[in-house]
Design a protein around this ligand. Structure first.
Ligand code: FDP
Length: 327
């Protein structure tokens, strides 16, 4: 007989040694994941535009509200940073006890919603640092290295919750018959090198030269060095990073050179790049902007964007060499 699947809550309790009350926050996020998974059938546009200037779909707004409510109900969270909220939300009545700051993207990859494609919820948890009236800035703008837990819920053919609390990366799959996340993988390790690259190639004309050269290198035929790589791009960061985590390779959303000559990324540091970087490093992989470790970046604003190269250690290292002009 196979091992009886372990539910998320007892798994978190078993891991709880150094985690304090963090398992309660993670368990509340799992509740939000179940509610969002259930709601995914009800789609449509509100017609509004969010703080990033993107069209907001109804589910994004609804899912944001769910995340705020489950985290508020935990009684342990003082500050929330969300893609859907212009500025950090301080739960004033929770701040006396609330130890945590949670950054999240309630529905990442939302352009996939209209085609029944894969989307996800990304979360990143830090400890509250500030005290008194100045806590807002101190709480909301901590680097990725301050994260105590991070992960995502992926809404695909099945709903999967992947998280790390600094002791490896674990995956739980939602068993809809019993309404529980049950453990499907533990201590996930990414291969040190893969054979897949994942990037939106339509943006090649505005990539920096090092990225162009790197992707071109991956496409060349040289069986001795495992090339050519193959390409996969869902256009939903959660799905692309999940595949990369399990199969290896590299996912890139590089900086793009604008008309003013400046390079800027698309993905958000606080609730996209930093949590994925924490997961990837815990799985033995790597995440950088091309020149700097993602986890070392101190956010300057709640919705800061960064370039990201993330995945297998050797693949990301090689991409960095191309970006630096050493290849
Ligand atoms: P989306 O705009 O659909 O929400 O940051 C959001 C994100 O999706 C990521 O999930 C995804 O990797 C990326 O943007 C897709 O952007 P492109 O359409 O430019 O490839």
């Amino acid at each position: 007989m196979n091992e009886i699947a372990l539910r998320l809550a007892p798994h978190l309790r078993a891991e709880a040694g150094g985690m304090g009350d963090l398992p309660f926050v993670l368990d509340q996020i799992a509740v939000a994941g179940k509610l969002i998974a259930r709601e995914l059938g009800q789609l449509g546009l509100t017609g509004d535009v969010n703080v990033q200037g993107e069209v907001v779909k109804k589910l994004d707004v609804w899912a944001n509200d769910v995340m705020v409510r489950v985290l508020d109900a935990s009684g342990l969270v003082c500050t929330l940073v969300s893609e859907e909220m212009d500025s950090p939300l301080h739960l004033a009545e929770r701040c006396a006890e609330g130890k945590y700051v949670v950054c999240f993207d309630p529905v990442d990859g939302s352009s996939n919603l209209d085609v029944n494609g894969i989307v996800g919820t990304i979360f990143s948890i830090r400890r509250r640092r500030g005290r008194g009236s100045d806590h807002a800035a101190a709480d909301a703008f901590q680097p990725g290295s301050a994260q105590v837990a991070a992960g995502y819920v992926m809404y695909g053919p099945s709903t999967v919750l992947v998280y790390t609390a600094g002791e490896g990366v674990h995956a739980f799959t939602l068993d809809t018959t019993i309404g529980e996340f049950v453990r499907s993988r533990q201590q996930i390790q990414i291969p040190s090198r893969g054979h897949i690259y994942s990037v939106n190639e339509a943006h090649a004309p505005v990539w920096p030269p090092g990225i162009l050269k790197y992707i071109d290198y991956l496409r060349q035929r040289d069986p001795a060095t495992g090339r050519p790589y193959t390409a996969r791009y869902v256009g939903s960061m959660v799905a692309d990073v999940h595949r990369t985590l399990l199969e290896g390779g590299i996912f890139l959303y590089p900086g793009e050179v604008g008309a003013d000559g400046k390079t800027s990324g698309k993905l958000r540091l606080q609730y996209e790049a930093a949590p994925m970087a924490f997961l990837m490093e815990q799985a033995g992989g790597k995440a950088s902007t091309g020149g700097e470790r993602i986890q070392d970046i101190h956010p300057a604003s709640a919705h800061q964007r960064v370039p990201i190269l993330i995945g297998s250690r050797d693949d990301v290292t090689m991409a960095e060499e191309f970006v630096a002009g050493r290849r």
